[in-house]
Design a protein around this ligand. Structure first.
Ligand code: SAH
Length: 458
C-alpha cells in the first residue's frame, strides 16, 4: 500500500479557508483532502494557522490570525478564562450561530449514522438569555503556595485554574464557591492533593433550586474527619443566608470521580426543593437533576407534547432518574411506570410522587433492558414509551422489547445525537417511523446537544 503522506508538516504556517465545524467545536480546513482541525476557527473564515500536530489521516493547527471573519464571530468573548478552561467551546460563535450549528449537527448525524432522511429537524429551541443558567457547580480545590484555590481543570490537564466567576453558572453557585474558598482559607482547611492523596477538601458542589431559592452546599472531603466543622457551618450560614442544606460527602479513594459513598448532613436538610412547571422535586446531593431548569421545562413540555396523552394511556419512562419526566407525564396519563438503575434515585422518585400526591406512578430499580422485558412478560403493555438514556444510548435488548411491545408512540430524549441516530435506525427497521426531531439547547456555549425525537408505530 502506498504510504499516505500528509501534505503539511509540523510548525508550517498556512492560509486556509474554514469549511466546517466539528461536533467538538473546532473549525475544519482541507489541504488536498487532508483535514486539519483548528480550535476557535469558524466556517467561512479565511485564517492564518500554524500546524501543531500531524497524524496519518488528519492533523491539528492553531489559529494565528483571522484574515476574513465570519459574521457569526463574537470578537470579545465575555469570559476572561474562555481560552484556558475546557468548560465552554463555542463562546466565539454567536448564540444564533450556535443554535443553527446544533440543528445542522443533528440533521447530519441522523443522515450519516441513522440513514434517516427527509424528516423535520426543527430549529433548536434556545434561551432568551443564554448565560447564568446552570443550577449545579462542581468545583475542585488545590493547594498553592499562596493558599487554597478553586476553579476548573485546564483543558486536557490536571492543572486547576483559580476562578472567581463562571458565566454559565447561576450567580448563587458562584457565591457558594467563593464563600467556601474564603471560609476554608480563614479556618485553615487544606485542599486535597491528588498526587500525595493528602489534605481534606476535594470539591465543593453547589446546587440551587432556581424556582424555590433554596441552596445546598456539599463539601466533598478525603476523610470523615473535618476539623472545625461547627465553625465552617456557622461561617457558611452567616455568609449565605438562603442556604438550607450543608452536606458532607466523604470520598476516600484515589479517583477523579467526585462523590464517595458516604453522605451526611452537617446542617439543615438532606434535600433542596425545586419545581418544574407544576411539579415539585426533592433533590439530594448525589441525584441526577437536569442542570438547566429553564430549558428542562422546554424539553419536558416537548416530550409531553410528543407523547400526545389524553388521559387513558399507559406510559413507560425508561432511564427515569428521580422521576422527573415520569411525573410530568403522570399529569396527563392513566398510569406511568418508571425504571432506573440507581436505587437512591428511585427512592427520590417515590418521594417525589408522594410530594406531588400522584398515585398513578410506579417505580422500579434495575436496568431498563432487564426490567422492561420482564414487565412485557408479565403482560404490561405501554401505549407510549419514553426513553432518556445516558450518552451510550439504549441497550439493544430494550429496543427489541420496544419493537415487540408495539407502543403507538416512542419519545426518545437524547443527549448524544450519534447514539440517537443508531437507535432510531433500529427502531425504524423494527416498524417505527421517525416523525420529527426537536433539538433543545440545554447547554449554551458548550458543544452539547439535547434532542427529543417522536416516533410513530407504522
Ligand atoms: N430522565 C431523567 C434522567 C435522565 S439521565 C431526567 O430527565 O432527569 C439517564 C439516567 O439513566 C440516569 O439517571 C442513569 O442513572 C440511568 N441509567 C443508566 N443506565 C441505565 C440502565 N441500563 N437502566 C436504567 N437506567 C439507567
Amino acid at each position: 500500500m502506498a504510504k499516505v503522506q500528509a501534505p503539511v508538516s509540523k510548525n508550517e504556517l498556512l492560509e486556509v479557508t474554514i469549511e466546517d465545524l466539528t461536533h467538538e467545536g473546532a473549525g475544519v480546513a482541507k489541504i488536498e483532502g487532508y483535514a486539519l482541525f483548528i480550535p476557535k476557527a469558524l466556517p467561512g473564515e479565511r485564517a492564518k494557522i500554524k500546524v501543531v500536530k500531524v497524524n496519518k489521516g488528519y492533523g491539528f493547527a492553531k489559529l494565528i490570525e483571522v484574515l476574513e471573519k465570519s459574521e457569526d464571530r463574537v470578537d470579545e468573548t465575555p469570559c476572561p478564562i474562555f481560552d484556558q478552561c475546557g468548560g465552554c467551546q463555542l463562546q466565539h460563535l454567536s448564540y444564533a450561530g450556535q443554535l443553527k450549528q446544533k440543528q445542522k449537527q443533528v440533521r447530519n448525524v441522523l443522515e450519516r449514522i441513522g440513514h434517516i432522511h427527509n424528516i423535520t429537524v426543527h430549529s433548536t429551541l434556545g434561551m432568551g438569555d443564554p448565560w447564568r443558567y446552570r443550577n449545579k457547580a462542581q468545583v475542585p480545590f488545590a493547594q498553592r503556595e499562596g493558599g487554597l484555590v478553586a476553579g476548573f481543570y485546564q483543558e486536557r490537564s490536571h492543572e486547576i485554574i483559580d476562578m472567581n466567576s463562571c458565566l454559565i453558572q447561576h450567580e448563587e453557585n458562584d457565591k457558594v464557591v467563593q464563600v467556601v474558598k474564603d471560609v476554608a482559607k480563614k479556618i485553615g482547611v487544606r485542599a486535597y492533593d491528588e498526587k500525595k492523596h493528602s489534605g481534606i477538601l476535594r470539591h465543593v458542589v453547589a446546587r440551587y433550586g432556581v424556582n424555590t431559592g433554596q441552596l445546598m452546599v456539599v463539601l466533598v472531603t478525603r476523610s470523615r474527619d473535618l476539623e472545625n466543622k461547627q465553625k465552617i457551618v456557622e461561617e457558611i450560614c452567616k455568609k449565605l443566608p438562603n442556604v438550607t442544606a450543608i452536606v458532607q460527602n466523604v470520598n476516600t479513594k484515589r479517583t477523579n470521580v467526585i462523590f464517595g459513598e458516604e453522605t451526611k448532613v452537617l446542617w439543615g436538610e438532606e434535600y433542596i426543593y425545586d419545581t418544574i412547571g407544576n411539579v415539585k422535586f426533592a433533590i439530594s446531593a448525589r441525584s441526577f437533576y437536569q442542570v438547566n431548569p429553564e430549558q428542562t421545562k422546554v424539553l419536558y413540555d416537548k416530550a409531553l407534547e410528543y407523547a400526545e396523552l389524553t388521559g387513558s394511556e399507559t406510559v413507560i419512562d425508561a432511564y427515569c432518574g428521580i422521576g422527573t419526566i415520569s411525573l410530568f407525564l403522570a399529569q396527563k396519563a392513566k398510569q406511568v411506570y418508571g425504571v432506573e438503575i440507581v436505587p437512591e434515585a428511585i427512592s427520590d422518585a417515590k418521594r417525589n410522587a408522594q410530594l406531588n400526591k400522584m398515585e398513578n406512578v410506579d417505580f422500579a430499580v434495575g436496568e431498563a433492558e432487564k426490567v422492561i422485558p420482564w414487565w412485557y412478560a408479565q403482560g404490561i403493555r405501554a401505549d407510549v414509551i419514553v426513553v432518556d438514556p445516558p450518552r451510550k444510548g439504549c441497550d439493544e435488548a430494550l429496543l427489541d422489547t420496544i419493537i415487540k411491545m408495539k407502543p403507538e408512540r416512542v419519545v426518545y430524549v437524547s443527549c448524544n445525537p450519534a447514539t440517537l441516530a443508531r437507535d432510531l435506525r433500529i427502531l425504524e427497521d423494527g416498524g417505527f417511523k421517525t416523525v420529527e426531531v426537536q433539538p433543545v439547547d440545554m447547554f449554551p456555549h458548550t458543544n452539547h446537544v439535547e434532542v427529543v425525537a417522536k416516533l410513530q408505530l407504522l
